[in-house]
Design a protein around this ligand. Structure first.
Ligand SMILES: CC(C)(COP(=O)(O)OP(=O)(O)OC[C@H]1O[C@@H](n2cnc3c(N)ncnc32)[C@H](O)[C@@H]1OP(=O)(O)O)[C@@H](O)C(=O)NCCC(=O)NCCS
Length: 163
């Protein structure tokens, strides 16, 4: 590791904790999970940010504490796109997804964003969560995702205007 560490980069420990959730949270069929290189390269871009959540709902749990989920997002001008959003299977259905999504929306609002986007697989149960926070489907990319067995699934673009 380079020394002194670059203060503009997230601690490597956070990347470890993101990857821990990444590796268990995304169903392998759809190829949605990113590898470590993709995550660390994205975080070199100033416009990409992330947040971690602990199993007790704490945002930004302390180094060494357990992490239950994370998101990673990218902003362009007054817009922000949620690129990855995941809660580890063992901590699901306890409201962590709600808490983390609220944090994402509030954090974007505080940074002056007015339109939030995300793209999801058609029929992903996460649609219920996004709808509960006001996201609305605004587009569809036919056959965007390809499953391991070659099936194609549409991508649904969701938007939330927070101006
Ligand atoms: C989607 C995800 C983040 C939800 O996390 P979570 O912590 O379980 O979410 P919450 O407990 O806050 O639940 C929020 C609501 O979403 C809905 N929901 C979440 N998972 C669901 C499921 N498997 N089936 C049906 N509804 C579901 C429910 O309405 C739930 O509220 P309820 O428990 O009061 O009924 C999690 O399942 C996950 O990481 N999935 C894999 C990764 C993924 O698909 N990410 C989204 C990419 S677009």
């Amino acid at each position: 590791m380079p020394w002194p560490p670059d203060p503009t980069l997230p601690p490597p420990d956070d990347i470890d904790r993101i990857m821990e959730v990444m590796e268990c949270a995304f169903p392998p069929d759809f190829g949605e999970a990113w590898n470590r290189r993709q995550v660390s390269d994205s975080l070199l871009l100033g416009a990409v940010q992330y947040a971690l959540i602990g199993p007790d709902g704490t945002i930004a749990p302390k180094p060494g504490d357990c992490v239950g989920g994370f998101y990673l997002s990218r902003s362009v001008l007054d817009e922000e796109e949620l690129l990855l959003f995941a809660i580890a299977p063992e901590w699901r259905r306890r409201g962590l997804g709600h808490t983390l999504l609220i944090h994402f929306i509030q954090s974007a609002r505080q940074r002056g964003k007015t339109r939030l986007f995300l793209e999801m697989r058609h029929n992903n149960p996460a649609a219920v969560l996004y709808a509960a926070h006001g996201f609305q489907p605004i587009g569809r990319r036919p056959r965007y995702y390809r499953t391991l067995n070659g099936d194609r699934i549409d991508a649904i673009t969701q938007e939330l205007v927070i101006a």
